[in-house]
Design a protein around this ligand. Structure first.
Ligand code: FAD
Length: 382
């Protein structure tokens, strides 16, 4: 059985590894769009951006692994289209046959036309090159404006501050991370950044950007910058699937077992909009752990194993000396109560989001033994 994997991230690499570990000895071709071995992205806004790790730290499997396991890995090989009827993918003029196809094309940063069209220095963070370029802009006396107080924006803020950079974060909501964490816990992150010298502009919106990097805000103030980093979310790279007439809606629609609307084609990671059997709704998760778990699950599914992908979303972040893990999903119905255990002022605490008596998500801050207990509590009643 001829297996083709499209993508060059964590989901693609983990699927490839799992296929060989599960005994698949037929041909595997990995078509990766970037000029790198498949790599994971969390270090791009942490170890690599802080200068503690080099780019190799992000590589999932070394080149020798692909060679030793008889996997054809082609980098700089973006797939142009999929012909489902012929059972091929096209890279330029070349067509590559598949019996099973995995789409692991990930996501890309949402762009802000106001910034892109301004003529100022503007960056987004998704690739190793982006990370290197942003890191090069850090340093005492340098001025960074970050648009968007989400995970990426705050991690960049932390790395930039540690390098002595002047940092302003512009966030349209009243608190950073407000939608994910709610006011009780989001305030903790706001205070963390303020205490490290970040100028947080909350309930603030950008009305214009000058070519010299001056960022104008709706309240009439303006902030000078040498670089503007935009972190306003990502969108799934589902163009190939849409053009091939696979079912697509905010990502490639997959069933509980990660199958697309074509039984030969699967999707995993950021691009997959999954019918989650435990949550009972569709969810497209943009987290490292899901790329691993879904990549592996899709590999087994391509080999004919039945079963649903049931893992709950899990996320982690590191900012300054704060480490956090979060399990579960509050979802569109929100929560009715937040239960905080421990005193956030000590820097170590747990929090649970509860909806009508059901724990829908939990997290800890700097309480690394808590992970299993939190996972066990999500889905239980209080
Ligand atoms: C800076 C940063 C920090 C992050 N930190 C965390 C964190 O701390 N915790 C966490 O849980 N998550 C984190 N994430 C999210 C996590 O990295 C993603 O969820 C994960 O990368 C998804 O993996 P993926 O393989 O699905 O997609 P991606 O990593 O996006 O990889 C997709 C790959 O497919 C390639 N591709 C796209 N189209 C084609 C095509 N037509 N042909 C061939 N190749 C193609 C792309 O070039 C890309 O290399 C972070 C993300 C970023 C950007």
């Amino acid at each position: 059985m001829n297996i083709v994997i499209v993508g060059g991230g964590l989901a693609a690499a983990k699927a490839t590894e799992e296929l060989r570990e599960r005994g698949h000895d037929g041909p595997i071709t990995v078509l990766a769009g970037e000029d790198h071995l498949p790599y994971e992205r969390p270090p791009l806004s942490k170890g690599i951006l802080l200068g503690k790790d080099d780019a190799d730290a992000a590589t999932v499997l070394p080149r020798s692994w692909y060679d030793e396991h008889g996997v054809t890995l082609r980098t700089s090989s973006a797939v142009d289209s999929i012909d489902l009827e012929a059972g091929v993918v096209l890279v330029g003029e070349e067509s590559i046959e598949f019996d099973r196809l995995l789409l692991a094309t990930g996501s890309r940063p949402r762009h802000l036309a106001l910034a892109d069209d301004s003529g100022a220095s503007v960056a987004y963070l998704r690739t190793l090159e982006d990370s290197a370029a942003i890191k090069a802009s850090f340093g005492p006396g340098r001025r960074l404006v970050i648009i968007g107080g989400g995970w990426i924006g705050l991690e960049v803020a932390a790395a930039a501050r540690e390098a002595g950079t002047d940092v302003t974060v512009v966030e349209s909501l009243e608190l950073p991370l407000l939608r994910v964490l709610g006011p009780e816990v989001a305030e903790h992150f706001a205070e963390l950044h303020r205490s490290h010298g970040v100028d947080l502009r909350l309930s603030a919106s950008v009305t214009g950007i000058d070519a010299d990097g001056t960022v104008h805000l709706a309240d009439g103030e303006s902030v000078a910058s040498d670089l503007i980093v935009v972190g306003v979310g990502v969108e799934p790279v589902d163009d190939l699937a849409r053009a091939a007439d696979l079912a697509v809606d905010n990502g490639v629609l997959v069933d509980e077992g990660l199958r697309t609307s074509d039984p030969r084609v699967f999707a995993a990671g950021d691009v997959a909009n999954h019918l989650h059997p435990v949550l009972g709704r569709r969810i497209r998760v943009e987290h490292w752990d899901t790329a691993i778990g879904q990549g592996q699950h899709a590999a087994r599914a391509m080999l004919g194993e039945d079963g649903d992908y049931e893992r709950l979303p899990y996320f982690f972040t590191d900012q300054y000396d704060l480490g956090m893990e979060y399990v579960g999903s509050v979802g569109p119905d929100g929560y009715t109560d937040v239960q905080v255990e421990g005193d956030p002022a000590t820097g170590t605490f747990r929090a649970y989001w509860v909806r009508d008596g059901l724990v829908v998500a939990g997290m800890h801050v700097n309480d690394w033994d808590a992970t299993d207990a939190i996972k066990a509590r999500v889905g239980t009643t209080v």
